[in-house]
Design a protein around this ligand. Structure first.
Ligand SMILES: Cc1cc(C)cc(-c2cc(NC(=O)[C@H]3COCCO3)[nH]n2)c1
Length: 220
């Protein structure tokens, strides 16, 4: 579309998420069940990076009745303050397609090892809705996106809180994925493996579709 007078950064934001929706396979490998679960791995990996950085020791993954996913950690809380670009850092993280992805030899994205912590905007682009909640600095801060990452509200302080951490809720877009049905055992196996590799990390898996909850934690 011909648009006048927008600056370079907005080109990046506009094209970034649109490019992901046009060629999702380039970013998550496929749009079948495997790609659907890749969205969970991208978000969970970010929470795990925070634990690996030495902050937080518990991650919860909830499969909701509508097959949306919520991931939360008790780390420092994702950065949320105004970014030097003049937009809140949460908005940068979820609406700017970040460099750092690994290109495969044939030019496509190799997704085997994931997007290395830069996948949050990809998850947003491929979701009908995503909401991030940050618990930090004594407050609760929220920002919501809809329809492939469109900004619904600026980051807002919505309350007080003594805890720290980050929660991300997202609903995969049925216009993108051939299935939006999450598989409990697929998620369970991956989370168990991660708990085994990160000793001391407690991972809770809750399936609200079947009223099931399991906890994984390995100490040695
Ligand atoms: C559930 C979830 C989802 C995502 C995309 C990020 C995170 C996340 C990100 C962080 N922390 C950070 O990014 C670090 C970055 O360095 C400053 C302090 O916060 N904690 N948790 C958690």
């Amino acid at each position: 579309m011909a648009q006048k007078n927008y600056d370079e950064s907005s080109i990046q934001i506009l094209e970034g998420l649109e490019a992901v929706r046009k060629r999702p396979g380039m970013y998550i490998g496929s749009t079948d069940g495997r790609g659907l679960h890749h969205l969970v791995w991208e978000i969970v990996d970010n929470a795990m990076d925070e634990v690996l950085a030495g902050f937080g020791d518990e991650i919860s993954v909830t499969i909701k009745q509508d097959n949306s996913i919520e991931v939360s950690d008790n780390g420092r809380g994702m950065p949320y303050k105004m970014h030097q670009s003049g937009i809140p850092t949460t908005q940068v993280i979820f609406t700017v397609l970040h460099a750092g992805g690994k290109f495969g030899s044939e030019g496509g994205y190799k997704v085997a090892g994931g997007l290395h912590g830069v996948g949050s905007s990809v998850v947003n682009a491929l979701s009908t809705a995503l909401e991030v909640t940050v618990y930090k600095d004594g407050g609760i801060f929220k920002q919501k996106f809809e329809d492939g990452g469109k900004i619904i509200n600026p980051l807002e302080r919505v309350g007080d809180s003594k805890k720290t951490g980050t929660t991300v809720w997202f609903k995969p877009d049925p216009k993108i994925f051939s299935t939006t049905l999450y598989n409990y055992d697929t998620i369970k196996e991956r989370l168990k493996e991660s708990a085994y590799l990160i000793k001391g990390l407690k991972i809770n898996l809750i399936d609200q579709r079947k009223n099931v909850k399991e906890t994984f934690k390995y100490d040695d």
